[in-house]
Design a protein around this ligand. Structure first.
Ligand code: GLY
Length: 346
């Protein structure tokens, strides 16, 4: 009964706020009856979010659960060998190891995560097992791998020939010293943030037909990172946060800056105080920029948020961040985020 009430509320609110979320544009066509998928929505970061959303929709469109949808959705880029910043095919660290970070969270505060996990194609599914089958939230490195193998995940080599070649190229000039945003310097075609090739994490948020929210976040982290480096993606409150009473948020970009500001938690708390998702994401970005104004000119961070009514917003430091939206009306929408620096570098 409670679920049904929440669903109806989400449906009505979702239908009305979608006008706000996309600049007041209504989809032309015959009047729709309120369907089982009205108010149901999935959003995710970057252009590769379009295919991930489509996979998530196979669950959501059938009345399935948001948690199942986000797990299935982000598995798509995790398996995409042409994606060098998520899952198998990701660029390695400075020593040639592909290490993966992921987290998952539901509307009731249940969460699980893995960090610096090697040899497993779907870190998001290991994160879910941590959530559901252990008393812990975060497993790292060898321990995370041991747990994954005990759970029946297959051990495999994640370093593709293409990623290995890119690593060897990098090694020709690499100096072994900590350097923020090394992937941008080496992989943005123009050497500037926001370029086509330097985006990273997939963060996904879904609202299901039961009015429940869930989120997932997964990445191979920054290319050429120091061995053992962990970014924001597996840190609950940094790369991902969901609160069923308020909404969810996720982040992409330089994880260190997101961790410093407990970014996704901040976005959710700002929404709790009455900000729209767009306003909350913008405020979180401005906190980063204000604290580290010079550094912010050459790094990217983007936040994506959805409140429990299904209203969506995003904001980034640099031009170039986009997010994908899928609901009953918009199946493959890719929406450019607003940003602090609006110059186009691409
Ligand atoms: N946002 C991904 C990372 O910094 O690892």
């Amino acid at each position: 009964m409670t679920d049904r009430r929440q669903f109806l509320k989400a449906s009505v609110l979702g239908a009305s706020v979608s006008m706000l979320a996309w600049g007041g544009k209504l989809v032309a066509g015959p009047a729709r009856r309120m369907s089982a998928t009205a108010g149901v929505r999935v959003v995710s970061t970057w252009d590769f979010g379009v295919a991930a959303n489509r996979a998530a929709w196979t669950v959501l469109g059938q009345g399935g659960h948001a948690l199942d949808a986000v797990e299935l959705g982000v598995q798509v880029p995790e398996s995409d060998l042409s994606n060098h910043s998520v899952g198998k095919g990701g660029h390695p660290d400075r020593d040639g190891h592909v290490t993966l970070d992921a987290s998952i969270m539901d509307a009731d505060g249940n969460c699980g995560a893995v960090a610096a996990l090697e040899h497993i194609e779907h870190p998001i599914s290991v994160a879910r097992r941590v959530m559901e089958r252990t008393p812990h939230v975060l497993l790292v490195g060898e321990g995370a791998l041991q747990f994954a193998l005990e759970q029946g995940f297959r051990k495999q080599d994640l370093l593709t020939p293409e990623a290995e070649q890119a690593w060897h190229e990098w090694l020709k000039t690499a100096k072994y010293q900590p350097s923020i945003n090394s992937e941008v310097r080496d992989y943005g075609k123009t050497g500037r943030p926001g370029g086509k090739d330097n985006h990273d994490t997939i963060g996904m948020l879904a609202l299901d037909a039961h009015g429940k929210l869930a989120g997932a976040c997964t990445t191979s982290g920054m290319a050429w990172k120091m061995r053992g480096r962990v970014g924001d993606s597996p840190i609950i409150g940094a790369g991902l946060y969901v609160d069923g009473e308020v909404g969810g948020a996720t982040s992409t970009g330089v994880g260190e800056e997101v961790i410093r500001n407990a970014g996704s938690f901040l976005v959710v708390e700002l929404m709790r105080q009455g900000r729209t998702p767009h306003e909350a994401c913008k405020e979180a970005v401005m906190r980063i920029v204000k604290k580290r104004r010079e550094a912010s000119k050459t790094l990217q961070v983007g936040f994506l948020a959805m409140n429990r009514a299904g209203e969506v917003g995003a904001y980034a430091i640099q031009h170039g961040f986009s997010y994908a939206v899928c609901d009953a009306q918009k199946q493959d929408a890719l929406i450019p985020s607003q940003s602090v620096y609006t110059t186009s570098y691409s």
